[in-house]
Design a protein around this ligand. Structure first.
Ligand SMILES: Cc1ncc(COP(=O)(O)O)c(C=O)c1O
Length: 383
């Protein structure tokens, strides 16, 4: 084979190894199950035609777009390769190796890794017995920490702390402790439950809000995230903006997404409705999920690991060492496969060895009680 032919077959192989845009089995990364909106795809095709050209030296156009959309001024915005890239930049620029970072446990798995890469000492604060952040304990731990991270909604539980509770924590922590408020899933939260971020960062110069185009916007492959903060902190992050570091493809994709806002809202509403459907069906089967406000559901550990329930389903879900599972909301087809895998376990022969079926699964008590108790974790089953 000539080297050109070899290269060609290599490209073909690599292209065929790209993850498909539509994959009902892909439920482990909280991606958007739908391919880019037609207008976004068209903008990206336009961009590709001029891919021989560098983007802007610094991404000022994208900064302006994001600022206008977020209702802040440009000085409040920094950009990066996903919320992950910005989180890493925050830890490297605003904290020094050896300083402490307060994390809830479990949390988005990126944070412990970023903390380690930045040489920070992680102080883990377990979620409370109901899957919520223990904000009182986090505020206490933050007294001698450089950074405290709050994910709202939280990953992996999807739970949402109240606006008042978050503001109380922010007011409680020392002025030189950075509060990293991760809003990666904020578009899935009901508008009346969102924090007024322009007001928050105007009041608290130590708050950095992180957002991403990877989730609701469905652009995970482009790697675009942004930070909102008071001018001093945002300026610090912007001063570390890599020249030519953000592709013009990102800028046009964001512009097209904002312009197609109504279509995007429909997609988000669809995912939120599917989340409600899945949770209701699980509840009807006696399976408890936390009160998720994001594009996933979380099933706490309940005896037999959930990984075993999904092992033969072909579904890729996110399993946790304690036996819990996080499942991204996908299409109705994905939902049906999740429910079928659980039903198969429910219908396992009665002589199946006891203890292999999670108590929550073989306990068909019907719907969980409605009200505050329904949004809380049940006590872990000792069996
Ligand atoms: C809470 C949270 N923050 C940040 C990220 C990373 O997002 P990005 O793709 O923008 O790096 C994720 C991804 O799963 C997440 O769950």
């Amino acid at each position: 084979m000539t080297s050109a032919a070899q290269a060609d077959s290599g490209t073909t192989q690599l292209c065929s190894a790209l993850p498909p845009a539509v994959d009902p089995y892909a439920l482990s990364l909280n991606e958007n199950p739908l391919p880019p909106l037609p207008a976004v795809r068209a903008a990206l095709v336009d961009f590709i035609g001029a891919a021989n050209r560098y983007p802007e030296f610094l991404p000022t156009r994208l900064r302006r777009l994001v600022a206008e959309h977020a209702g802040v001024s440009e000085e409040n915005v920094a950009l990066g390769p996903g919320a992950s890239g910005l989180a890493m930049r925050v830890l490297q620029t605003a904290a020094a190796p050896g300083e402490r970072i307060v994390l809830s446990k479990p949390t988005f798995e990126g944070y412990p890794a970023f903390a380690q890469m930045a040489g920070l000492t992680a102080v883990d604060v377990p979620l409370d017995g109901y899957g919520h952040l223990d904000l009182t304990a986090m505020a206490r731990a933050a007294r001698d920490a450089r950074v405290v991270v709050l994910c709202r909604p939280h990953n992996p539980t999807g739970t949402l702390e109240s606006v008042a509770d978050v503001e109380r924590l922010v007011a409680d922590v020392p002025a030189d402790t950075i509060v990293l408020l991760d809003e990666a899933y904020i578009e899935f939260v009901a508008p009346h439950q969102r924090i007024d971020v322009p007001r928050l960062i105007a009041r608290f110069p130590n708050v950095i809000v992180l957002r991403t185009f990877s989730k609701a916007y469905g652009l995970a492959g482009l790697r675009i995230g942004y930070a909102l903060a008071a001018p001093e902190l945002a300026g610090l992050l912007w001063s570390m903006q890599l020249p030519f570091g953000i592709s013009a493809g990102c800028t046009v994709a964001v512009a097209a997404s904002y312009q197609a806002g109504a279509q995007l809202e429909q997609r988000i509403a669809h995912i939120v409705a599917e989340r409600g459907y899945l949770r209701a069906r699980l509840r009807a089967s006696g399976v408890y999920t936390t009160d998720s406000h994001a594009n996933f559901v979380y099933l706490p550990a309940m005896g037999r690991p959930w990984s075993e329930v999904f092992a033969d389903s072909g579904l890729r879900v996110r399993n946790y060492p304690d036996g819990a599972v996080r499942i991204t909301i996908g299409s109705r087809g994905s939902t049906q496969m999740v429910l079928s895998a659980i039903e198969r376990t429910l219908n396992a022969p009665a002589d199946a060895p006891r203890g292999q079926i999670p108590p929550a699964v073989h306990n068909r008590r019907g719907p969980q009680p409605v009200g505050p108790a329904a949004t809380r974790w049940p006590a872990p089953d000792p069996g």
